[in-house]
Ligand binder design. Sequence first.
Ligand SMILES: C[S@@+](CC[C@H](N)C(=O)[O-])C[C@H]1O[C@@H](n2cnc3c(N)ncnc32)[C@H](O)[C@@H]1O
Length: 211
Amino acid sequence: MTHGFDKDYWESHWKQAPGAGHEPAPHPYLARETHDLVPGTALDAGCGEGAEAVWLAAAGWRVTAADISSEALARARARAAGHPAGDAITWVEADLGAWQPEQRFDLVTTHYAHPAIPQLRFYGRLAGWVAPGGTLLVVGHLRGHGHGPGDEHPPEEATADAAGITALLDPSAWEVVTASEHERPVVRGDRTTVLHDVVVRARRRTRLDPG
Ligand SMILES: C[S@@+](CC[C@H](N)C(=O)[O-])C[C@H]1O[C@@H](n2cnc3c(N)ncnc32)[C@H](O)[C@@H]1O
């Protein structure tokens, strides 16, 4: 690994990313894993340019979208400004390795965020922010497919697998709904890249759940 995933890294990542006219679609797991949930409050952790936050807002969620990069948030705000549901999003610039939310959320989701703290510790923090009865949805880079620096091939420490993520979730407190590992081709310009993804969705039990 030639760099850490700190704020400077992410600011420079977003400053170099394609600009106007580049509006990637939300990742496919979001609709697949949330279509049967009743919208409430949601946190998108490491929201980047805001595609998932805008999608959630359009689906009726009241979204807090947080990112460490002011550049990413500026792009996300611009994207949301043109959208009818944009007002349902609160943008927060924060290091989620240290931030403490003032509320718990009905949905906490993250897509491909890899911070400076260890990946599983990050997911553990997110799990702690889910309200009783709420859902944790983690989409990440799959362990075993990191090949060094670069966006398509993250270093091993920025990856995880379904077993590692579900092991964070005490079965007496969580029901794991989805724990899966996928390959999916994505087209970027004139190139097709295969992404290796891990997806974990879990519901935090309430005291009223049948024991
Ligand atoms: C690979 S990008 C993914 C962005 C977006 N979720 C997506 O899937 O397109 C990872 C994002 O996580 C953010 N990030 C990394 N470390 C963070 C941290 N400690 N706190 C908050 N956001 C962080 C980065 O700025 C970046 O926007």
